[in-house]
Ligand binder design. Structure first.
Ligand SMILES: *[C@@H]1O[C@H](CO)[C@@H](O)[C@H](O)[C@H]1NC(C)=O
Ligand SMILES: *[C@@H]1O[C@H](CO)[C@@H](O)[C@H](O)[C@H]1NC(C)=O
Length: 419
């Protein structure tokens, strides 16, 4: 391209034109650098599949050989011998089948829940299903580096000294929790809903937290549950997820298998894949059971989905405090409020209904339990509750023979009492 037009009369316009040319080529350069970074990241994340399954929701599920999974990119795991099953299960794992026969409230057992992609195929033995990360997924993140990570300050801290900080962070919770002992795991059966999200950068999740350390820069956390997160997945589907960090969400950890750490051994369940079916208001109710416990022999933190699906483990060396034990367990919901000036979002938590609505309307956690130092599942002692603004999202605990310790939680967010 020549600049010969820059003679006397049109000089001003020409200089303007040259300026435009240099701006646009700089942004082209920026765009191509970003594309290069994104592709590099995708190549790192997406492993060569043995088989590929197209899910009805648009996801692509790659069946990747078990020894080729992202965990083994970790320098400490180069020579790791994969453990195909835990040495021990916690004693007293709740008998779900007996329970659902006894139960008269009509809730379906977790085993009836599947993932949408199962409609179109299965992953062979010796592979694990991995939700493929697409270019758009990464482009939605604020930066390639932040993709798959949580922002700081999203850990619910009951009885926090500084309420302003809780409110400023935009994260709102309605949880039950125990602390003051050493915990070696936790379990819950979680009602599954599809809460409405008001804005793309907000999310709504229901999960359990296994926490180690005080709430400082080195907090350790293992998390699992379901979430709706348009930012992370590009839609409003309810998805199974896990998360871990060993430094309060700063440099380590990620969702699902989006960084190396978690070692998956199961060929049936894909982290980050959509759950189906979902509970309906005054209609069929569905729930998922999640158990996380520390293997007393190897020290790894294992995760089980439902009654018999052992998903895999977080190796003990990923953590500092959790290499020994957890100091706090939390169960419940979290949303992000991105409305400015103290206003409130209409993003729902749980089913979007307040706890007092009860079964079939409000969302619940039932049979919440902790694992003690003898590897026994026990009822939680001294269960506390916490919510930043109970008129937006609330929590109510209870206990009975069928459900053990349980709670209803959630709410609509914005409403006349939560402006
Ligand atoms: C957060 O802010 C709201 C409204 O400003 C207030 O009612 C609520 O008490 C605050 N929460 C905490 C934990 O301080
Ligand atoms: C997700 O829900 C929001 C509003 O609740 C809507 O604007 C958006 O189009 C939905 N996204 C998809 C992919 O369905």
């Amino acid at each position: 391209m020549g600049y010969g037009c820059c003679s006397t009369m049109v000089l001003v316009f020409c200089i303007w034109g040259m300026f435009l040319i240099s701006v646009s080529s700089a942004s082209r350069l920026g765009a191509s650098r970003q594309k290069f970074e994104v592709n590099k990241h995708l190549n790192r994340l997406n492993k060569h599949p043995v088989k590929t399954i197209q899910s009805p929701d648009g996801d692509i599920i790659d069946c990747v050989h078990i020894s080729n999974q992202p965990a083994f990119d970790h320098p400490f795991l180069k020579d790791h011998k994969i453990q195909m099953r835990p040495n021990f299960h916690p004693e007293g794992l709740f008998d779900e089948n007996k329970l659902s026969e006894k139960q008269n409230e009509g809730s379906n057992a977790a085993s009836s829940i599947t993932q949408l992609w199962h409609a179109n195929g299965k992953c062979p033995e010796d592979t694990i299903p991995i939700r493929r990360t697409k270019e758009d997924d990464v482009l939605r993140a604020s930066s390639v580096k932040r993709y798959g990570r949580k922002t700081h300050r999203s850990i619910p801290k009951p009885r926090s000294a500084d309420p302003d900080i809780i409110n400023q962070s935009g994260h709102q919770h309605a949880i039950a929790y125990v602390e003051g002992d050493k915990y070696y795991g936790a379990k819950a059966t979680i009602n599954v809903w599809e809460p409405k999200i008001q804005q793309l950068n907000e999310f709504s999740l229901s999960q359990l937290w296994v926490l180690g350390g005080s709430f400082g820069q080195d907090l350790n956390s293992i998390e699992a549950g379901w979430q709706v997160s348009p930012d992370l997945y590009g839609d409003n589907n309810t998805r199974l997820f896990t998360y871990w960090t060993s430094d309060a969400y700063q440099a380590t950890g990620c969702y699902n298998l989006l960084c190396s750490g978690f070692i998956q051994v199961n060929n049936n369940i894909a982290m980050g894949a959509s759950i189906s079916p979902i509970s309906g208001y005054q209609n069929s109710q569905y729930d998922i059971s999640i158990t996380i416990w520390k293997d007393p022999k190897e020290g790894h933190w294992w995760m089980q989905f439902g009654n018999d699906l052992v998903l895999g483990y977080w190796p003990s060396f990923l953590f500092s405090y959790l290499a020994d034990s957890a100091s706090m367990i939390e169960w419940g919901g979290e949303v992000v409020n991105s409305e400015p000036n103290g206003q409130h979002t209409s993003t729902q938590m749980g089913s979007g209904q307040f706890p007092e609505q009860g079964f079939g309307k409000a969302s619940y956690f039932r049979n919440i339990q902790v694992v003690d130092s003898s590897n026994n599942l026990k009822s939680p002692k001294g269960l506390g509750t916490f919510t930043e603004q109970s008129n937006c999202y609330d929590v109510e605990t209870g206990s009975n023979d069928n459900w053990g310790h349980y709670f209803y939680y959630g709410g609509p967010g914005k409403n006349p009492n939560c402006p």
